[in-house]
Each structure stands twice: as C-alpha cells, then as structure tokens.
Design a protein around this ligand. Sequence first.
Ligand SMILES: Nc1ncnc2c1ncn2[C@@H]1O[C@H](COP(=O)(O)OP(=O)(O)OP(=O)(O)O)[C@@H](O)[C@H]1O
Length: 311
Amino acid sequence: MSSDAMEPGGQGAGAVLDRMAGVEPRPGVAKPDPILRASGVRRSFGGLTAVDVEHLEVQRGTITALIGPNGAGKSTLFNLLTGFDRVDAGEWSFEGRRLNGMPGHKVARNGMVRTFQLTKALTRMTVLDNMLLAAQGQIGERFFGSFLRWRWAEQEQANVRRAMELLERFRLDTKKDDIAGSLSGGQRKLLEMARSLMVNPSMVMLDEPMAGVNPALVQSLLGHITALRDDGMTVLFVEHDMDVIMGISDWIVVLAQGQVIAEGRPDDIRSNEQVIDAYLGAHHDDPGSGGDSAAGGSGDEGTAAGQEEGR
Ligand SMILES: Nc1ncnc2c1ncn2[C@@H]1O[C@H](COP(=O)(O)OP(=O)(O)OP(=O)(O)O)[C@@H](O)[C@H]1O
C-alpha cells in the first residue's frame, strides 16, 4: 500500500504521530483525524453486559491496541464493529460512513477488514487458494453473472498477481501450493494477515496476531505489523502479550467489564492505577511489568492448531 494508501497530503506515520502528541490520555478522547468512531455501543448476553462503550475513536494511520483482562469484551467489540455480531444499541462509522447493520463482507469491502484464525475448511486448501478466496467478495458483486467472461478471467489474473505479491511480501510465496494446515503457527498468522490485504483495506483489525507464534517469528511479525502502519494503514489489534503491546502500539485502549477505562500512549497505560487494578483484579498480567508475556493469562493461546480445533 503505497503512497496512495497514505493520508491526504502524503504525510507518513511520523506526521500522524506528531498530530497525536497533544491528545490527552483519557477514555473517549477525540482524535485529530479518526478513521473509526463509535458511540453508545452496547451488547449484552442474557444478564451480562459484555460491551458498553460510551465513545471511542481510532486515529487514522496509527497502531492502536485494544487490551484488557479476560472477558473484558475485546472480541465482542471487534465482532460488533466488523459486522459479525449485532449491537443492542449504539452507532459507529468508518471513514465517516455509518456501519450499523452492515454485514461483515460489506464492512470489509468498505475498507475495514479483520483477520480470522484459519478455520478447518481453510486449512485444507492451499495457501494460494486461501488468498484467492479472500478476494472473492471483491469481485463477486461486480462480476458474478456477467456474460463478459473475459473480464472475469482478467480479474482472476489480477487477483493471482496480487496474491503472489502479498505472499512474497510475507515470505510465503514458496509455500503457495502447500496445504495451509501444514504451516507453522507463525506462518498461519502471516497468511491471515496476507489474506486480509487482498481487499486493499485502509484499516486492518488483527485478532491476537502473536497467539501460538514461535518466539523466533515474533520479531518478523512485529515488522510486518509496523510496515502496515508505515504504508499508511490503520491497525487495531487485540493482543495479550504485554511486550508486544508496549513495544509497537502508538496508542492503547483498555477495556474492563465492557467499558473503556483508559486510553493513552504505552507510558500512560503502564502507570495508570485503574488499569493495574483491573488487571490485578482479574489475576491477569500486570501491564506495568512489560515483562513476561501476558500470554500467560488468557489460557487460550495454545498452538494455532489447538485454537483452530476450538472453532
Ligand atoms: N456468544 C456469547 N454468549 C454468551 N456470552 C458471551 C458470548 N460472547 C462473549 N460472551 C461473554 O461476554 C464477555 C466478554 O467476552 P469477550 O470474549 O468479548 O472478552 P475478551 O476480552 O475478548 O476475552 P479474552 O481475552 O478472554 O478473549 C465474557 O464474559 C464472555 O463470557
């Protein structure tokens, strides 16, 4: 995502971060140029309020982490914003467009994509077919049913070219004919990221990008995530590993019991008493430690294969 994916005026990540310099670290704070805005978003399951977000803005061109103890509502909020679950109340917009009620595939076509852990069906397909399938929503509406078959073929060729470019970028090109299920945990994470880029998104939402990844591959994955931001994309990610969170986030949003209890830069969050209390209360990793991976806390970070089995 080249210069055209960059913000208007061709400013890079540095300029975006400069504009964030004056933003106060407090829940619901307005951002200079939000790509995503949510207000009054609520979701309950029976008597349990899983998400109750009064106001949240995500600044364009940043890496923003969504963190919180187990059961804080991170996945539910991800699902709601991306059209994979229905809100009880609230509204949100992406690039100024209201997204309420829009199904997931349309949200993705509007430029906001989320990664998914590879389902069983996907693990039985080749790496390249996984990539091509991820592009189908893009061509489907415009080309399905078309009698102009050559245009279809043309689009397919373009998809293969794009898939191969992305596979090269993520160093998976030599694996294109391998069955996705044969990839290591880290390679699967790379494939999940590569798949999401097939629709040319302006915002990528990563669901635990480091879960099940061999430590040797963590640096490489981190490099890919910061490269997305440096190419002008906005990244929102849910993660438990505090080293990762503190290391790459420009901004951190902390959820506890469905509510945003804190927002700020890594240093603000490290020293925030409310955040520390929320984590300690949940017997989770201390966000102030920056040390031993919070991977320990969630109990769901087994191998990629293990996670898949659970889905
Ligand atoms: N489909 C559902 N039915 C009933 N309860 C649900 C459902 N989905 C989530 N919940 C509950 O909503 C709360 C928030 O869950 P959610 O998975 O969003 O938290 P999380 O912050 O992503 O947790 P974790 O870090 O453990 O993945 C939890 O109490 C969970 O049990």
